[in-house]
Design a protein around this ligand. Structure first.
Ligand SMILES: Nc1ncnc2c1ncn2[C@@H]1O[C@H](COP(=O)(O)OP(=O)(O)OP(=O)(O)O)[C@@H](O)[C@H]1O
Ligand SMILES: [Mg+2]
Length: 366
């Protein structure tokens, strides 16, 4: 008897049949035990923070390299190891972490760091609204000074902080990198992580010279290295023989195409696994990796498109539907779309025209 496809899915779910052994292992926050091909980088980050164990202040450090080259992973692992060792010491050490992109505002970022400095939840000293940036900064400095804490502030995706700073006009960068001049007791070391290699050029030279007292560059992974990283992850994430060798090779090749991005490789693997499982395939094959890559591209485009306001979305659609590529033809198509969805044309004619010209240039490049 042919089994009903719903029944088959439900049966497999109930009998616990799955290609995955542990999905968590493919989540971006997972910290693997073994970090392959980053010996040199792990050593350099550890060495740069070593003074803490010898009761002195490490230099400020700037870590940079392309996306998915293991920067966050290596710095997190070194910090965790140091934390394990210094819990009981007489030299009070506090390691704080915040991601400037996730926090989104300068206020949010400083509050996030501040709260990690105080024992309680810190809501009183560091409320979510109501303080000036310089006041939060003063409170951070007093919290450090009062307890004589030796702090390391890790600011991940620090290039976003540069943007936040330029929006508010507050030179927090300068204050952070020079905080030690204000501290009588305790210290502050800033560790910045960035995948924007042009970020340094945008910094004030005074800030740059103190932020990059030390610098560590993460090089790109080769396709072979990505493959080994994948194979290590596969052992923990999937049941045995869940993935064909050809699929692993393709996944590594796709992720290695531009600059060897381990995140893209692991994401491809996870999505391919989900697709294979949904198709009830008995293993992950090359076709699943290809489908995963397409899906991820589509998701990226959808997310990008979703973030546009309505009339900009309509214009993009208008370019696709227009009978030609002249400004008049695109505008005509846009007006038609507005009619169809019963929307008034946008008042912001000038902005729309700038976008039309931008889109026209884009279509001409194809
Ligand atoms: N050498 C490695 N061994 C095992 N896993 C790795 C390795 N390098 C990176 N990864 C994994 O790849 C993913 C991306 O790594 P990570 O987040 O550290 O990149 P990143 O350099 O901080 O990238 P971005 O600049 O985009 O933030 C993570 O899931 C991480 O666990
Ligand atoms: Mg990172």
């Amino acid at each position: 008897m042919v089994k009903d496809s719903i029944d088959k899915l439900l049966d497999d779910a109930q009998s616990g049949k799955s290609l995955f052994k542990n999905r968590e292992v493919l989540h971006f926050t997972f910290v693997p035990d073994i970090i392959l091909h980053r010996e040199d980088e792990q050593k350099k980050v550890t060495q740069s923070l070593l003074p803490l164990l010898k009761k002195s202040r490490p230099s400020n450090l700037l870590v940079y390299g392309k996306p998915g080259t293991g920067k966050t992973l290596v710095v997190t692992k070194v910090l965790n190891k140091i934390k394990e060792r210094v819990r009981e010491g007489s030299f009070p050490i506090q390691l704080l972490y915040a991601n400037a992109k996730e926090e989104g505002t300068l206020y949010g970022l400083l509050i996030k760091l501040g709260r990690q400095l105080v024992d309680r939840a810190g809501e009183k000293e560091f409320p979510t609204t109501g303080l000036s940036i310089s006041e939060i900064f003063n409170r951070i400095i007093s919290a450090i000074g009062e307890k004589g804490l030796n702090t390391v502030f890790v600011v991940d995706e620090i290039d976003y902080l540069a943007e936040l700073v330029s929006k508010t006009g507050k030179d927090v960068f300068y204050s952070l990198t020079r905080a030690n001049e204000r501290l009588k007791k305790g210290s502050l070391t800033l560790v910045g992580i960035s995948n924007d290699l042009t970020f340094k050029e945008r910094l004030d030279p005074r800030v740059l010279s103190s932020l990059s007292e030390e610098e560590i560059v993460f090089t790109n992974y080769s396709v072979g290295q990505i493959k080994e990283i994948l194979e290590e992850r596969i052992k923990a994430a999937f049941i045995p023989r869940a993935i064909e060798q050809a699929a692993i090779n393709l996944c590594a090749a796709m992720a290695g195409q531009e600059h060897g991005d381990a995140r893209r490789a692991i994401d491809l693997l996870r999505v391919a696994g989900e697709i294979a499982e949904r198709e009830q395939a008995d293993s992950i094959k090359e076709e699943h990796i290809r489908k995963a890559s397409l899906k991820m591209e589509e998701d990226k485009e959808t997310t990008a498109l979703n973030s546009y306001p309505l009339h900009e979305k309509l214009l993009i659609l208008a370019v696709m539907k227009a009978n030609g590529t002249t400004t008049g033809e695109i505008y005509h198509s846009y007006k038609n779309l507005c009619k169809i969805i019963r929307q008034k044309k946008s008042h912001q004619q000038r902005e729309l025209m700038v976008l039309v010209r931008f889109l026209q240039a884009g279509t001409q490049n194809y």
